[in-house]
Design a protein around this ligand. Structure first.
Ligand code: ATP
Length: 235
């Protein structure tokens, strides 16, 4: 089966001359959970931002569902949901309005049934009329995911969804990711926790210094490198 996302020879040099990506090739399979594992500054956010069409590449190509993310931006973007690292949303808005608005941004017609299902899937239904500022940290993170799912994308990118959260919240996030995959969504998440990649991913890509050093089914990766060597790759 053709990959749902295909990345070829992607490079990125920022305006200050810093080369954040140095020729990345990557194929993402429909229905998988792929973890992109790498230390701070490895290039993870740059890579997913280019795939999502919000940062332009210096060279290379990204196809999403067969659509070139630059030339066919609207078609490609409609297949993608992106959950950013930061909580960038209006804290004085209700959960329902926040998530509904996000659907409209993608030019999709309002569909209350879809919004209700998304909120139920993320255990936010009982909070639909609450303002975001009234929610716990875990709920706010789930609202970000709901926003990214409101236009019914096939692929969800989560940028370090568990950075800086406690172990309970991390487990809660893992359960959410599993549930979404069971709903048929392809998931790509970035992380710098080896344990997280081991716990939830089907495949793990190791990124450092702007290069995808290797990408393997997770058990094969652990057999090949082991945690100790993996830690060295990430150092
Ligand atoms: P983190 O885990 O800290 O989020 P990351 O793996 O996501 O790291 P990126 O955010 O992609 O890494 O950054 C890769 C490198 O590119 C870093 O050295 C960063 O400082 C640099 N960089 C990112 N954005 C810019 C920019 N707009 N201008 C210049 N350099 C940038």
């Amino acid at each position: 089966m053709a990959p749902i996302v295909s990345v070829q020879n992607l490079t990125k040099t920022y305006g200050n001359g810093f080369q954040a990506l140095k020729g990345v090739d990557l194929e993402i399979h429909e229905g998988e959970i792929l973890a992109l594992l790498g230390p701070n500054g490895a290039g993870k956010t740059t890579l997913i931002s280019i795939i999502c069409g919000i940062v332009n590449a210096s060279a290379g190509q990204v196809l999403v569902g067969g659509h070139d993310v630059v030339r066919d931006f609207r078609q490609a973007r409609s297949l993608i949901g992106l959950v950013p690292q930061e909580l960038t949303t209006d804290m004085f808005e209700t959960v329902w309005n926040t998530v509904s608005f996000s659907r409209g941004v993608y030019g999709k017609k309002p569909n209350p049934q879809v919004i209700e299902q998304v909120l139920r899937d993320l255990s936010l239904w009982s909070k639909k009329d609450n303002m975001l500022r009234e929610l716990s940290g875990g709920m706010k993170r789930r609202v970000l995911i709901a926003k990214a799912l409101a236009h019914e994308p096939k692929i969800l990118f989560l940028d370090e969804p568990t950075a800086g959260v406690d172990v309970n919240l991390r487990r809660e996030m893992w359960q959410v990711v599993e549930k979404l995959r069971a709903n048929g969504v392809t998931i790509i998440l970035t992380t710098h926790y080896i344990e997280e990649a081991e716990e939830i991913a089907d495949r793990v890509g190791v990124i450092n210094g702007g290069k995808l050093l290797l990408i393997e089914e997770k058990n094969a990766l652990m057999r090949k490198l082991g945690r100790k060597q993996l830690r060295l790759e990430l150092a």
